[in-house]
Ligand binder design. Sequence first.
Ligand SMILES: *Cc1c(COP(=O)(O)O)cnc(C)c1O
Length: 400
Amino acid sequence: MNSPLLPTYARADISFERGEGAWLEATDGSRYLDFGGGIAVASLGYSHPHLVQALVTQGQKIWHTSNLFRIPEGERLAQRLVDASFADTVFFTNSGAEAMECAIKMARKYQSVSGHPEKYRIITFEGAFHGRTLATIAAGGQAKYLEGFGPKVEGFDQVPFGDHDALKAAIGPETGAILIEPIQGEGGIRPVPPQCLRGLRELCDEHGLLLIFDEVQTGIGRTGKFLAAEHSGVTPDIMAVAKGIGGGFPLGACLATSEAAKGMTAGTHGTTYGGNPLAMAVGNAVLDIVLAPGFLDHVAQMGLLLKQRLAELQDRHGRVVELVRGEGLMIGIKLRVNNADFAAAARAEHLLVIPAGDNVVRLLPPLVIAENDVSEALNRLEATCRRMEADMDKTNGVKA
Ligand SMILES: *Cc1c(COP(=O)(O)O)cnc(C)c1O
């Protein structure tokens, strides 16, 4: 495949030109059921009339003004996020990594203006993913993303996932914050048990640390609650969201309590595009739907149905499926076969799923899916499992 694009992605040779709901149509006219949602981004599916209307209406007024002027749609979106969360204040960005950068800078600044400039270090967890900027690859700590990019940005200490003793031992005089995804996304849909999140909150309070949640993937309805933090009742001090909040428009946000944000005064941070009128119009339109009465219940219901049907799939295909985990419409299938092979086989059945760490494929469908979409996905997963089993039998046959 000859392409002028920087080859940092091993792209599948398919291109989509339109979509509706959870369905995508490729340039050759074939249709795919998208249970990857553009990596948890297409929260309202494709061509949602309310989103299209918001984009067109705002597009005819004004796209961009810069943050040197007030942006009323942004103040409205921030207020709605504040009303729906633990936060008092919001900074808008164009991506998840930028929302994380703001979170990291804010935590360091908080400690600095609190008289502890030495407390700049942040504890993170093995398997984490926080983005691809220099600081966020250091936070994520994955060797494959750090390799060859020079000295790792200082100030991140990684501990094994679920190792309480290692976590306690890692807290030192320079520690200023703990950063965690309530459910690891890219790491393989690994949920952090609610009691562990509560334990982290207590540790932070005890040691004067800030608790940062990376809800870039879990936030804005994905898990059946507006924020995944609500499942545990734990309130962080700072939170990054992105992916689903723009429904496909590049948008992220850093949410914080006014205490945690107290160092972020005029001139300390900035962005040219972040929170521009076009992005804000789309963000508000997404919230119109996600915060409408009954919507999150629908997500939770579809999530339960999906999980139940996947448990049955596992019963029938134990040679392929090891286990199913996750919350709401953020579900991981841990496989006994190679996850990239499984995703390719699913694609051959015209179902899109996304590989993740720990040999998992992720299901992150649009939050607007209905029961028949779940049934159709299961038919295709069933066929995918049969393909994988046939391959295994063939391979074993050759060996024997
Ligand atoms: C996707 C993701 C990011 C990075 O977001 P980008 O928009 O790609 O910069 C950060 N954290 C988590 C948990 C993510 O899933």
